[in-house]
Ligand binder design. Structure first.
Ligand code: M6R
Length: 612
């Protein structure tokens, strides 16, 4: 999604802005732009459709900027096609005010019409331009920049994280937030503002998270925060625990590759300090449920989108199996519109890597309104979902920059496993079974390391056949959601059409697709449904489909049935998705690279989807 960076201080602004928006490229964008006020008080705007490097190439000589104040943006089009004209910043009629904005202004048509009636002239198709003119209109009347932004925003319906500068007040940046994140980075004689900590971490670890309906006036050595109702708010400075190595590729060529390889560590980080070896259970510090509250939970509803939704489907198996509490998993985007049957006896669990997904956030609000307690499982500390849920657990995966989620998925599974295990031990799981779960979990990072070492073999599998146009992923039981995740990973980064199905469903329709050009990827660990999957493999072979099987070393009979077999170490069924998904991530990476795709920034996708 769109990205925002702003700077005010003692340094030359341009390199800081460019470097900042480059750190946000991973979020997905189609155009980029900057606005700075130079030492002569001139407002300079520069924007281009396409990548940031394209914009950079056409910049006038950097030295001419002489500016210590500026804002920058990467745009992911919602209103108006991706083009240089529609790229941000947008301006008022007098070219005095420049604004960059993430989010959607829902009542922009009405506002635009009113402003046009007042004589404002518009140059773009965007909703954002309305904000520039609206602020101009109010500013002309009250001559107080911060107040003008506040008053203008009172007329706005929709979501925004926005940053505005004015030629008339070149010592300040005004920022405002409603539904789209903004974080102030606190420096010495300089301050920053960004929509994502990834743009701040090289400069400072001290940050202030703006809350919804707050606006901030930022100068080089101060910040005043107010609510939209003009009440002043005491800023709370927090420390971020990211370091720069998390947002750089290091020895890897791609972030996605780096993040796949980080999984032994990221999984361990998700369970580190959370195992209680004495009681053979997990300890999730953020989950405060006494036995009575637990007894009161009659159902669990998991809400999430995309890969996080797949993690939820695995979580359903884990929690039902260990804690025997009924679990439903719903797309967050559907949940909010279906008048869900939930009440105070329902525990809603929201899962989100970014903690900013608009649909998940809306589902949380709906659930809380209906009286349910909501738990958040998120990665980004201080994110909106982390703050808006009643309690929760961080997955501690570290920064995930690749648009295709990999390490966040396995960390989400780890936390869901811990939760199911903990709830199970509070209900009916014996200490012996609890102890077994702990032992098996501790062995997972080492097993993931082993699977990652098969990378070259997986690449050879990809190179052994022409790149397919379609692929089918089949799994059963707890590995059915892994089939969905494998298919999603492939389509996201390689644009190969892929479907995931429960293996037995194949004969109810998808079998019609199978011919010699169709690779079918079977997830077939040595578990209670292994024999059933073998029959499904036979059915594919009989129709000349190409079989790639992921199984355990104990199942070498499968070698005669499949074109390629990836043998992985064995674990208990409930933890098997943490292992079976790794070869699928590597398969999609190599298919995408073989096609020459940009794996970190796939077309049309955004890392965090902050619009509905
Ligand atoms: O940040 P979230 O986990 O809430 O994001 C949800 C989805 O947008 C996300 O998982 C998306 O499907 C990824 N691109 C998957 O790789």
């Amino acid at each position: 999604m769109c990205g925002i960076v702003g700077y005010i201080g003692k340094q030359e602004t341009l390199p800081i802005l460019i470097e900042g928006i480059k750190r946000l490229e991973y979020r997905g964008y189609d155009s980029a732009g900057i606005a700075v006020i130079n030492d002569k008080g001139e407002l300079i705007i520069h924007k281009r459709s396409g990548k940031i490097v394209e914009m950079e190439k056409t910049l006038p000589d950097e030295k001419n900027f002489n500016s210590c104040l500026g804002i920058a943006h990467t745009r992911w089009a919602t209103h108006g096609e991706p083009s240089t004209t529609n790229a941000h910043p947008h301006l008022d009629c007098e070219n005095k005010i420049a604004i960059v904005h993430n989010g959607i202004i829902e009542n922009y048509k009405v506002l635009k019409k009113n402003l046009q009636n007042e004589g404002h002239k518009f140059n773009t198709d965007t909703d954002t331009e309305v904000l520039a003119h609206l602020i101009e209109e109010v500013y002309d009347k009250i001559n107080d920049f911060h107040k003008a932004v506040n008053e203008a925003l009172k007329l706005v319906e929709g979501t925004y994280g926005l940053v505005v500068i004015s030629k008339d007040e070149p010592q300040k940046i005004i920022a405002a937030r409603k539904g789209s994140p903004l974080i102030i980075g606190v420096g010495e004689e300089e301050n920053y503002i960004a929509s994502d900590v990834a743009a701040l971490v090289v400069h400072t670890k001290n940050v202030i998270y703006l809350k919804d309906n707050e606006t901030a006036e930022i100068t080089k050595d101060s910040f005043k925060i107010r609510t939209l109702a003009n009440e002043s708010v005491a800023p709370i400075v927090k420390k971020i625990n990211w370091d720069i190595s998390m947002i750089e590729k290091g020895d890897f060529d791609y972030f996605m590759q780096k993040e796949i390889y980080e999984q032994p560590d990221s999984i361990e980080n998700a369970f580190r300090g959370r195992l209680n070896d004495e009681l053979n259970t997990a300890r999730l510090g953020g989950v405060h449920l006494n036995p009575e509250q637990l007894e009161n939970i009659k159902q669990i509803v998991i809400v999430a989108c995309g890969t996080s939704w797949h993690a939820g489907l695995v979580g359903e198996y884990m929690i039902e199996s260990m804690a025997r509490i009924p679990v439903k998993v719903q797309y967050a985007s559907e949940f909010r519109y279906r008048d869900p049957i939930i009440d105070h006896k329902t525990l809603v669990i929201s899962i989100s890597q970014s903690g900013e997904t608009a649909d998940t956030l809306a589902a949380i609000r709906e659930a809380r309104e209906k009286g349910a307690k909501v738990m958040g499982i998120t990665n980004v500390i201080g994110s909106t979902i982390a703050r808006e849920t009643d309690f929760g657990s961080y997955i501690h995966a570290g920064a995930e920059i690749g648009v295709a989620s990999t390490k966040a998925f396995t960390s989400q599974l780890t936390v869901l496993f811990l939760l199911g295990w903990m709830l199970g031990r509070m209900r009916l799981l014996t200490p012996e079974i609890g102890a077994k779960y702990g032992d098996e979990l501790k062995k997972i990072p080492e097993k993931v390391t082993e699977i990652i070492s098969y990378n070259d073999y997986i690449k050879e599998i990809v190179e052994a056949s022409p790149i397919p146009e379609n692929a089918l992923y089949l799994g059963r039981g707890i590995n059915y959601p892994v089939a969905l995740e494998g298919a999603l990973k492939l389509k996201e980064i390689s644009y190969i059409h892929a479907e995931g199905y429960p293996a037995a469903e194949m004969k109810h329709g998808p079998i019609a697709l199978i011919d010699e050009n169709m690779p079918v990827i079977f997830i077939a660990p040595d578990d209670y449904v292994y024999d059933k999957i073998l029959s499904n493999i036979e059915e594919v072979r009989a129709r000349k489909g190409k079989v790639i099987a992921i199984t355990n070393k104990s199942c070498d009979g499968i070698k005669d049935m499949a074109d390629h077999v990836i043998f992985i170490p064995k674990t208990i069924s409930l933890l098997s998705p943490l292992l079976t998904v790794i070869p699928l991530q590597l398969l999609s990476l190599h298919y995408a690279l073989a096609k020459g795709c940009d794996v970190d920034q796939p077309r049309n996708l955004a890392k965090s989807v902050t619009v509905e």
